[in-house]
Each structure stands twice: as C-alpha cells, then as structure tokens.
Design a binder for this molecule. Structure first.
Ligand code: ADP
Ligand code: MG
Length: 748
C-alpha cells in the first residue's frame, strides 16, 4: 500500500497531512520530532543537511550555514544562496525540503507516499507553480495537483461547517505571503473560489522587521551603542524579533521584555508594548485591508455580503488582525480552523479527489475590459444562507478554483502604434480553462515562418505593468497562401499556462519552443516603430514580436506599404526602348491611400497584385484619389478583386460587379472591397455597401491595382506585381467578435 498526502509547503513552516484510513478524515502527519509543523529551514552543516527544530534554532541564532524563506524567490533562476561555493535556487532548496518532508512522513506512516497535492499561494504565477512541481518531482514525489492555500483552508473549514450560499472571505496571512480569497459555498458541497488577490511579498516577516526596528532603537537608546551599523549586533536583535512579536500575541500580554548581552557592554533590557508594536505596523494591516476591499469590488459584493471571515496563517494570531477585521466587517472573524494546519488538511482532502475537467471560457466586457462572466455562479442572487451542517463524507465536497491573474498576450493596437495586453482569459476565471483563437497568417517563402507569443499575467493594459511570464515561438509553419493558425491558451488544474498551436485543420500541434524572455523588454513600453516592422521581415523571431498583430483579434486590412516593385522585365517591349531602373510612374499605395505620381506615363505600367486562395476571407480598404492622373490623359486606374472591377480616370468612373455597374464614383472616395469566407464579394463606397454577390468558381483570385495607359493594357500588370506580401504586410485575424473563442478548443 502507498498513500496520498497533502503538503503545505510554507514560507516559514511546512506540514504534511493525509486521510486517516480509519476515520476517513484528514489528519496531520507528525514529523520525526513528533511535531505537526516542520520549519522551512535548511542547515548545511559540514556537508550534512539538518532540518527541523535544530535547523530553526541555528537559524534564529544567526548561523550563516542556514537558509530560510526561500519560497519568496520561487520560480527565479537566480541562485538564492551559495553554500560551500555551490549555488542553490529556491526550487532546489524547496526540493531538498520536500524530500525531507516526504521521508519524514513515510517513516511516521510506515508507508510509501505515492503522490501529493501541494499548496501554493493563490497569487503564485505560472512560473512559480511550475517550479514547485519540478521541485516536488526532483524530490521523488508525483504531483497530483497544485492547489491554492486559501482554497485548501476553505476545504478544511467547509468539511465541518458547510453553509449553502455562504460567501466566506479567507484571510491568509502567513510568514511571507498574504492571500485573500472569496469562496462561495454552493449546492451539493461545491466550493468555488470567486475572486482572489494577494501580495506575495507581505507576511509575518514584515512584522518581524518592524519589531527589529523598534528593538534596535530601544537598545541604542538604552546602551548608547550604535547597533544599526554593526552587522553582528543587528543579527542578534534580528534573531529575537520574531519571539518578542509572538510574546505580544499571548492573551493579556500588553508588553514584552527583551534582553540582550552586548559584547563590551553587558546586559541590556528593554520593553516593547503591544500598543507600540501595533502603531508601528498599522500600515501593513491597511495593505491587507485594501486587498480585501479589492476582492469584494471585483466580485461586485459589499462588505455586508460577506457571511464570515476565516482566519488562516500563523500571523493571524496577532490580536490586532482579528480586531482590525472585526472593525472592518462588523463581525468577529472565525477561528474554527487551526491556522497552521488547515492548509495541509485541505490539501489532504484534495488528494483523495479526482481532478476537475476543463471549464468553458465565460467572458464579458465591462467598461471595455474583459472580465469573467460570473452570472451563473449564483453569487449575487442573495439567496439566504442555509444552516450550518457537517458534511459527513469527503465525497460530498468538491472544489473549483479560479485564476488569480488574467492571461494575455502582447498585441499591437488597431492604430499600430502601441503595444498592449490583449486579455485572453480574465482574472478570477474558473480553472482549468482553455480558449482557442484563429488567426489568419500570411506566410513568407523567404524566411522561416515563426510566430512569437509573449504571454502576460496581469490585468493592466500596459504590458510592462504585467508579468511577462513566457515567450513562446511557434515554429514549423508551412508556407501557403493565407493560412489559418489556431492558438490555444490554457490554464491547467494547477494554474500553469500552456500554449499550443495548429495550422489549418491539422490534428497535430505545431512545434513550440520556449525562449527566455529578453532581459530588456522596454520596447513594449515604447511606440511601435516602423523599422521594427521591417526587421520582422528578415528575422523570424522578430516577426512575432512585431507581428503580434497576428494575435490581435481584429480584422486587418491588407497593407500595401513596403511594396516591392518589380522592374519592367522586358525592356525591349518598352515603347521608347529606354532602359531604366526606377519606375517613372509611382503608385504610392498603403492601407490608407493610393496616389499616382509620375511623368512619362506611357512608359510604364505599375501595380500591385496578390493572389488569394478560394476560401480566404479578404478585405482591402483605401482612400483613392485619381485626380492626380490628370496630367496624363488616357491613363486610368485598373482595380480588380475577382468579381469586382473598375477603370477609373481622372474624373472617376464606374465600379463594376461581375461586369455590371454598382456605383459611379468621383475621383476621391473611400473604397472597401471584401471577400468573405462563404465566397461573398462586397463593395463599400464611403461607408455604404453598394453591391454584393456570391462568386461561382473556386479558382484563386487575383487582387490588382494598376495604372494602365494607352496600348499598355492590363495584362502588363503582371510585370509589376508584389512578389511576396509577407505576413508583415498582410495580417488578418478573427473577424469581429472579440469576446468569445472563435474555434473549438482541443484536448492535449
Ligand atoms: P507560511 O504559510 O508563510 O509558512 P505560517 O502560516 O506558518 O506561514 O505562519 C508563519 C508566520 O506566523 C510567521 O511569520 C510567524 O512569526 C507567525 N506567527 C506564528 N505564530 C504567531 C503568534 N503567536 N503571534 C504572531 N505571529 C505568529
Ligand atoms: Mg501558510
């Protein structure tokens, strides 16, 4: 037999729990010292690893061979510490600790551990979650699931105190992190998290630091020594700060004494009152309070809608915490769970359960911003809270977690002058969840067709205010005209992000490589530069950066800028027999404008041509001014898009559809021509649709704009066409509906 466990891998303390086979209830597994909590501290003593209270004591005594609080840097590649010249990352240190927890628990249970549910702060980003999984696997643990600490605590609470329709605010203040999560108790034991916020650089350690400041000031006052400038003296005071803080938590302890023997001075004793400590830390509590309000705001609830506040985390033992929350919420917070144990117990409950299946994306737009559509949660329906009951079986309890951070990608706005965060999956969305998007992608035959995707976590519109979590590069895109790339974004059960891509109707994923996010990302805070666009043409990777247009879900008109003019290819055909390198007539064409400039017009034919495959949708929009033809009588602008055609002189002319005039235009007008997916052609002039028609054939379609003069008729346009409209120049995507996935997600 082997067992499944739940592990609370804390910043300061860790705990392991399992489901007792007799009682079928979660229970803490004591460590080899018989204690329920194991300090998250490692001592490297002469090549040997020491854990438990011995390591903790050495750490408190300021021994420099001890490491602690490494969870704060989880997911970072930077070494957290160096021991005997060897660098250790937080992930590696966590792995050492997890291996110890595993072996200790196995010894205590007399059984092997098969798999584990491990808890992390709700606020952990994808990279930190992945690092946690890797650390566990390196420690020989199979990870069944990663769950969020507040949700685990809510599970442990809900098991014995189920109240249907209750909204519980879980306030988790640990050693290094703060999380606040609103959970809802639904029907049938369904616990769902609604919104979550946190600060993973705020916790008991910050209160310790304030206590250290108070003590140093008092000892300096008392002794006249300059303690602050002396590393050794500071570390003595540092080691005792947490203890003094805890003393002040005891009931009726309104003041605590601290005594230190300073080298060269002797014993000094000072007193810190609870009031002094509370005054000097009030701002820290206010920071937690602000996050509580933010969570309510996001859920669309008022303070009065909170059924109860549940205290989790060792730091909620400080009396000012419940006092503060009581003032804020007008009710005494619950302390029904042991704040140190609830998280591990909840993880153990989860370890006995199957993982959830993928939820469908539910998004709505509020004030122009994508948010999670929570209309089906029953949260705001103000159903009355039912009487409390004990769920007498773990089987009656289930958990649906939400994503703490929105997931987005760096995209270029419609005006193509600025990068922004295009949110794909909003924050506080139930997970696991997938969304798949289609993008039309114009490949090049000159470069590797690669598409870079910068994945963001965060709500801000400015990419630099979000965490750039990953850079993915989709590779192996086959060159073809107007292909469709489908990109699937997922948050898995663990809150880890995955990106997949497929081309057209392929059923296998395109290869994707992950690259380091560039160290200098300031470019995303700057206006989009046109040379960035050009670079993209040659550098596959850059294409994606710039061409994140491909992941903007806006239909983009074709751009005729950077047109590559092909020289008149047969000079002997030229009416004057002159050789020339530069076209004498220029058509300056870009997405807004087509203009005609030139002289010696009879010498030249110029134009742009693009072939599109029969089932592509396509749209061209431009302002046309043919009055500039006037110095060259007899010349005209030839336009064609399959069924749509026109020959316009300096006076304008007729726009034809399948040979029949649908409009007569002046020299200046705004033209939009489109071919939509079902094969429907449309002409729009100055914003009004003037004609539409279905095409009959399934042949490729040529799009051409060209200047024709005299005997040089339209067929010569083929001498002057765009050889390659790269993906840079032509990007189209999802048509109009921005808010729903436009293609079916697929399974892994
Ligand atoms: P984590 O989950 O981050 O490991 P815990 O929930 O175990 O943290 O809480 C540890 C924190 O709680 C530490 O900062 C510790 O100082 C603080 N703490 C524990 N007991 C008390 C107490 N009686 N009074 C004040 N703080 C406490
Ligand atoms: Mg904790």
């Amino acid at each position: 037999m082997s067992v499944s466990v739940g592990i609370d891998l804390g910043t300061t303390f860790s705990a392991v729990a399992y489901i007792d086979p007799q009682t079928k209830l979660p229970q803490i597994v004591p460590n080899s010292e018989g204690r329920k909590l194991t300090p998250s501290v490692i001592q490297f003593l002469d090549g040997e690893l020491i854990f438990g209270s011995e390591a903790q004591e050495s750490y408190n005594a300021g021994e420099d061979d001890c490491v602690a609080t490494f969870k704060r840097e989880m997911g970072s590649d930077r070494p957290y510490c160096f021991v005997d010249g060897k660098a250790y990352t937080s992930e590696e240190l966590s792995s050492l600790l997890l291996r110890h927890l595993k072996e200790d628990a196995e010894a205590s249970l007399g059984d092997t551990i098969k798999e584990a549910v491990i808890t992390v702060p709700a606020y952990f980003y994808s990279r930190e979650r992945e690092a946690t999984i890797r650390a566990a696997e390196a420690a020989g643990l199979r990870v069944k699931k990663i769950i969020d600490e507040p949700n685990a605590a809510a599970m442990a609470y809900g098991l014995n105190h189920w109240r249907e329709n209750a909204s519980i605010m879980v306030y988790d203040l640990g050693g290094g992190t703060f999380d606040v999560t609103l959970v809802h108790m639904g029907k049938n034991g369904e616990l769902s998290t609604i919104t979550t916020r946190g600060n993973h650089k705020l916790g008991g350690r910050d209160w310790d630091a304030r206590m250290e400041d108070i003590l140093i000031a008092k000892f300096e006052n008392e002794t006249g020594l300059s303690i602050r400038d002396d590393h050794e003296l500071v570390s003595i005071v540092n080691g005792m700060s947490e203890g003094v803080k805890k003393q002040l938590s005891a009931q009726n302890m309104l003041a605590a004494k601290a005594s230190v023997s300073f080298p060269g001075y002797g014993n000094a004793v000072v007193t810190v009152t609870r009031k002094e400590f509370e005054d000097s830390t009030a701002d820290l509590l206010d920071r937690t309070g602000a996050l509580c309000l933010a969570v309510l705001d996001e859920a669309g609830l008022a303070i009065g809608d909170v059924t109860d506040v549940l205290l989790v985390g060792g730091s909620t033992r400080m009396p000012q915490v419940p006092a503060y929350l009581q003032k804020m919420f007008g009710k005494k917070p619950l302390s029904h769970v042991n704040p140190d144990e609830a998280v591990a117990l909840g993880a153990a409950i989860q370890s006995s359960k199957d993982n959830e299946s993928y939820a469908t994306l539910a998004v709505r737009v509020v004030d122009g911003k994508k948010t999670t559509d929570r209309s089906k949660t029953g949260l705001n329906s103000h159903l009355s809270v039912k009487a409390e009951k004990k769920l007498n079986s773990l089987g009656l309890l289930s958990l649906r977690e939400t994503t703490a951070h929105a997931m987005g990608v760096i995209a270029i706005n419609d005006e193509e002058n600025r990068y922004y965060n295009e949110i794909i999956i909003p924050a506080n969305h139930p997970r696991p969840v997938r969304a798949a998007k289609r993008f039309r992608f114009y490949t090049s035959n000159k470069a590797n067709n690669e598409l870079a995707i910068y994945v963001l976590q965060g709500d801000s519109e400015n990419p630099l205010d979000c965490q750039i979590t990953y850079k993915y590069v989709v590779t192996g895109i086959k060159h073809k005209t107007g292909t469709v790339i489908k990109i699937q974004y997922s948050y898995d059960v663990n809150g880890v992000i995955h990106i997949q891509a497929r081309q057209d109707d392929d059923t296998v994923d395109l290869p994707i490589r992950r690259e380091n996010v560039p160290a200098d990302i300031s470019v995303f805070g700057q206006p989009v530069k046109s040379e960035n666009k050009d670079q993209g043409f040659n550098v596959g990777l850059q294409l994606g950066v710039i061409n994140t247009q491909s992941v903007v879900h806006k239909y983009k008109p074709i751009t005729f800028s950077n047109v590559e003019w092909v020289k008149y290819d047969n000079v002997s055909d030229h009416p004057n027999g002159d050789e020339f390198d530069e076209p004498k007539v220029h058509i300056i064409a870009n997405e807004e404008n087509i203009e005609f400039h030139g002289y010696n017009i009879s010498e030249m034919n110029e134009g742009v041509k693009y072939t599109i495959s029969p089932f592509d949708d396509f749209e061209i929009e431009c302002d046309i001014n043919t009055s500039t033809i006037s110095p060259h009588p007899g010349g005209y602008l030839e336009i064609s898009l399959g069924l749509i055609s026109a020959q316009l002189t300096e006076n304008g002319g007729d726009i034809l559809m399948d040979g029949v005039s649908v409009a007569t235009v002046d020299p200046c007008f705004h033209l939009k021509m489109s071919l939509t997916k079902g094969g429907q052609y449309e002409v729009e002039i100055d914003g009004k649709t003037v004609g539409s028609k279905f095409k009959a054939s399934t042949n490729d379609v040529d799009v051409r704009f060209g200047f024709v003069h005299g005997s040089h008729y339209c067929h010569l346009l083929s001498h002057a066409y765009v050889t390659d409209i790269s993906m840079m120049q032509a990007v189209a995507g999802e048509t109009d509906d921005d808010d729903s996935p436009d293609t079916e997600p697929w399974d892994d």
